[in-house]
Design a binder for this molecule. Structure first.
Ligand code: C2O
Ligand code: CU
Length: 463
């Protein structure tokens, strides 16, 4: 019985016991941002690409001048980017050279149950496991990360996360910025000690803000449009991003793919695991100027800067954002309604129950359309403590967010989603159709310390 081998989730107090000293001093923009390398396949066939990745400890420079040991995919922090194309299968052989269990989940992927990276489907230390991704869904910015039961929060915190960018002919035919002007930004918090140690602890003790593995870097850009794929890979916090000068930008995609049309924004809020693709036009700045991206959801004790863009050159720009980006599928017509209550006190639960891999919480069948109402049990934001919204995620499907407390959501949330923020007092309705792979899956809060402590349920999709 796999449940008996499940590692127990360390409580936050255990995890940080004796470990915290002094956080390394924050010097914004001390080093250049990196773009994670694109992983090369070890072999190809007519219909698939084979990749090999090793999960192992490695040393990286997150804070300028300090060496930090992380848990990395392929020696990279964050992991290397996998570029997939619709219709071509990706096979990833993952070898666990860590001394902890792992399980690799493709977040947002429409994947058979045995390749989904379920919490109990562990890759034991020393083992290799093969994951097969069919890539039958539309173009989207997905990501792969650890999902080992009870360990996912710490494993992701320590570095087991990377981008997986799926393209399709429709999306790559659009005149959007591409190539070196199409950049993933994996944003997350962390706590690095003065001796370089990465300490796993609660977000209010994590003063460092990392973009692609570097603490508050700068990024040299051309005075033209960029497509920025923004991922909130923070294990336990949401971010609200805006330019310090209030400059507008254009959202073109959410978790599951392109929006119907572009949406003008001045601020972008992402709960844990949410993604948004934005187009930013740096042509509004003269060469030599800089603009800082800030997090308005930073705590009062924290610095708001996240990333500085330095406009260092001009470049030709034939890209543009078309008025119509995609035709969204119709909203599923539900025949089944379910309610899910997310609680935080006295413990993190869904409908009063803690995740048990041997208990099926929801049974459905392939092709069934459902409306789920997700309720945050808290009625208001607690005063004086760190608080992030719950971040509700389901495996296998892309859902549509219908409304929050009965109010239809705005266009930025009306596209294909796999993760949605549930703020205190809110009830959010989502609609999905279960298809087309029968099997066991999970849904959970992506505030990973919550899922690690059981804010997760099991869904069995029957044929
Ligand atoms: Cu991003 Cu169940 O995970
Ligand atoms: Cu939660």
């Amino acid at each position: 019985n796999l449940a008996q081998t499940a590692p127990a989730a360390p409580t936050a107090a255990q995890a940080r016991s004796g470990a915290r000293g002094r956080a390394a001093r924050i010097v914004p923009f001390a080093h250049a941002m990196q773009v994670p390398p694109v992983l090369s396949p070890v072999s190809r066939t007519d219909s698939s690409d084979l990749y090999q990745l090793r999960m192992a400890e490695t040393e990286v420079e997150i804070v300028k001048g300090l060496l930090t040991t992380v848990r990395a995919f392929g020696g990279c922090f964050p992991g290397p980017t996998i570029r997939a194309v619709k219709g071509r299968e990706v096979v990833v052989q993952q070898t666990n050279d860590l001394d902890v269990h792992t399980s690799v989940h493709l977040h947002g992927g429409h994947v058979r149950s045995q390749y989904d990276g379920l919490p109990m489907d562990l890759v034991e230390p020393g083992e290799t496991r093969e994951y097969r991704y069919p890539n039958e869904q539309v173009a989207a910015s997905l990501w792969y990360h650890d999902h080992a039961h009870g360990l996912e929060a710490e494993n992701v915190y320590r570095g087991l996360a990377g981008a997986y960018l799926l393209s399709d002919p429709h999306e790559s035919g659009l005149p959007l910025p591409g190539g070196e002007y199409d950049i993933p930004l994996l944003i997350r918090d962390a706590r690095i000690e003065t001796d370089g140690r990465l300490v796993y602890t609660d977000p209010y003790e994590c003063p460092h803000m990392l973009v692609n593995g570097k603490e508050r870097p700068y990024f040299e850009v051309a005075a033209r449009k960029y497509r920025l794929r923004v991922f909130n890979v923070s294990p336990n916090r949401h971010v609200s991003l805006r330019f310090a000068d209030g400059a507008p930008f254009t959202q073109i995609a959410s978790d599951g793919g392109l929006l119907a049309g572009p949406v003008e924004l001045h601020e972008l809020t992402l709960a844990g695991a949410e993604r948004a693709e934005i187009v930013v036009d740096f042509a509004r700045y003269p060469v030599g100027e800089s603009v800082v991206l800030e997090n308005t959801a930073a705590l009062e004790t924290e610095r708001p800067e996240v990333l500085r863009f330095d406009i260092t050159r001009t470049a030709e720009d034939r890209s543009r954002v078309p008025d119509v980006l995609a035709t969204l599928p119709p909203i599923p017509e539900a025949t089944v309604h379910r309610d899910f209550w997310l609680t935080t006190f006295p413990d993190t639960r869904i409908n009063g129950r803690k995740y048990d891999p041997d208990r099926t919480d929801v049974r459905t069948t392939v092709g069934t359309s459902e409306i789920w109402t997700i309720h945050n049990h808290l009625t208001r934001r607690p005063a004086g403590v760190f608080h992030a919204p719950h971040s509700f995620h389901t495996h296998l499907v892309r859902f549509r967010v219908l409304d929050r407390d009965g109010e239809p959501v705005g266009p930025a949330e009306a596209g294909l989603k796999d993760t949605v923020a549930i703020h205190p007092g809110e009830s959010v309705r989502i609609a999905m159709t279960w298809g087309e792979y029968p099997g066991e899956y999970v849904y959970h809060c992506h505030h990973l310390v919550h899922s690690s402590h059981g804010q997760m349920g099991r869904i069995d999709v029957l044929p």
